[in-house]
Design a protein. Structure first.
Length: 325
C-alpha cells in the first residue's frame, strides 16, 4: 500500500493538515479496500502548535519520513514558513527522505521546499497573497501565482487552502484513474475538478449586481463539447460582445474561453478513455476534437502521452485495484 507521511510543523493550519487523511483515506477499490496509508508525524514526535488556539498530538516522529512513498508538507504561519532556508532540525528531517519519494507542498508549505532548494529552476505555486514574498525570497523558482497546483512529476505544489484538495484528488487520479478519484471526491462532497486557477479568487472590486456572468454559457458549452463551438457563438449566447465576453470569462475563470474549452474536451476524452471501449476516433468526435489525429495532438500536449497509452495505463491500474480484494 502506498504510504503517505504528512509532516506537521509548528504553526500548521489545521484545515490543510487534515486534508491528506480525508482525501487519500477516501480513495478505495470497488470493493471498499483502502488504497493509501496516511500517517502524520512531527519533527520530534511531540505536540504540534497550530496557528489556531489548540495544539495537536501526533503519534510519530520524523523517523517515519524514510518509510514514505509520498511526503506532504501542509501550510502554516510562523518562522518555519517565513525564512529562505529551513532551520537545522527541519533540514535534517528532510534529508531523511529517500531519493525518488514524491514530495508535495500545500499552500505555504512551498516555502519549506523552496528553502531547501528543491524547487530551484522548476515551476511552482503558492497562495496568491504571499506570491510577492515568495518571489523575493526564492528568485530561482519559476512561480506561477495564477494556478491551483503545479505537477512536476515527483515534486508538486498547490495554491492556498481548498487548492490542497484539488492537488490531492489530482494525485489520486494520477495514481488510480478518474473513477477512483471521482469516488473519493463524492465521499468528501467536493467537486472532482475545479475550473480555472487562483486568478478567480484574487481580491478585485465586486461587479455590479446587474452585470451578467459567463456561468450559464459555460454550462451551455459543457453540453455541446462535441460541436465546433466558436468564441463568437459563446459570446452571442452570453449576450455580450466578443471582447467583453473574453475579458469577463478570464476574470471569472482564470483562463481564456479557448483554453477552458480545450481543457474541458481533454477531461472528457480522458474520462471516455478510462471508462469505455470506444475507438479513439469515436472519442475524438464525442469530445469535440473531430479527428483522432487532433485528439492525439491535444492529449500529448496536455499529458505527454498518446490516447491508447493513456487508456492502457489507467484501465490497467483500475483493474489491478478492483481485483485485489
Amino acid at each position: 500500500m502506498h504510504r503517505i507521511v504528512v509532516l506537521a510543523l509548528d504553526g500548521v493550519l489545521p484545515f490543510e493538515l487534515g486534508i491528506p487523511a480525508r482525501v487519500f483515506g477516501s480513495a478505495q477499490t470497488s470493493g471498499g479496500a483502502p488504497l493509501y496509508e496516511v500517517v502524520t508525524c512531527s519533527l520530534d514526535g511531540g505536540t504540534v502548535r497550530t496557528c489556531a488556539d489548540f495544539a495537536i498530538a501526533v503519534e510519530h516522529d520524523g523517523t517515519v519520513l524514510d518509510t514514505a512513498d509520498t511526503v506532504i508538507i501542509p501550510s502554516g504561519h510562523g518562522p518555519l514558513f517565513e525564512g529562505n532556508e529551513p532551520p537545522p532540525r527541519l533540514a535534517g528531517a528532510l534529508e531523511r527522505i529517500r531519493p525518488g519519494t514524491r514530495l508535495v507542498s500545500l499552500c505555504t508549505g512551498s516555502f519549506i521546499l523552496a528553502g531547501a532548494g528543491l524547487l530551484d529552476g522548476l515551476p511552482a505555486t503558492t497562495h496568491w497573497a504571499r506570491a510577492d514574498e515568495f518571489q523575493r525570497l526564492f528568485p530561482r523558482v519559476k512561480l506561477d501565482p495564477d494556478v491551483l497546483f503545479v505537477d512536476n512529476g515527483d515534486l508538486l505544489t498547490s495554491a492556498g487552502c481548498a487548492a490542497a484538495i484539488d492537488l490531492c484528488l489530482h494525485l489520486v487520479r494520477r495514481d488510480h484513474g478518474s473513477e477512483v478519484a471521482n469516488g473519493a471526491a463524492r465521499r468528501c462532497v467536493v467537486p472532482p475538478w475545479r475550473d480555472g486557477g487562483q486568478a478567480q479568487y484574487i481580491e478585485r472590486p465586486l461587479p455590479e449586481p446587474s452585470v451578467a456572468t459567463t456561468g450559464p454559457t459555460r454550462a451551455w458549452a459543457l453540453e455541446r463539447l462535441h460541436l465546433p463551438l466558436s468564441l463568437a457563438q459563446m459570446a452571442a449566447h452570453a449576450g455580450m460582445s466578443v471582447r467583453t465576453f473574453t475579458r469577463r470569462f478570464r476574470e471569472e475563470v482564470g483562463m481564456s474561453p479557448g483554453q477552458w474549452l480545450g481543457h474541458q474536451r481533454v477531461e472528457l476524452a480522458r474520462h471516455l478513455l478510462e471508462t469505455t471501449d470506444l475507438p479513439v476516433d469515436r472519442i475524438a468526435e464525442r469530445a469535440g476534437f473531430g479527428t483522432g489525429a487532433s485528439l492525439r495532438k491535444h492529449l500529448r500536449e496536455a499529458l505527454g502521452v498518446a490516447p491508447l497509452a493513456y487508456r492502457r495505463t489507467f484501465r490497467a491500474t483500475d483493474q489491478r485495484a478492483f481485483t485485489s480484494v
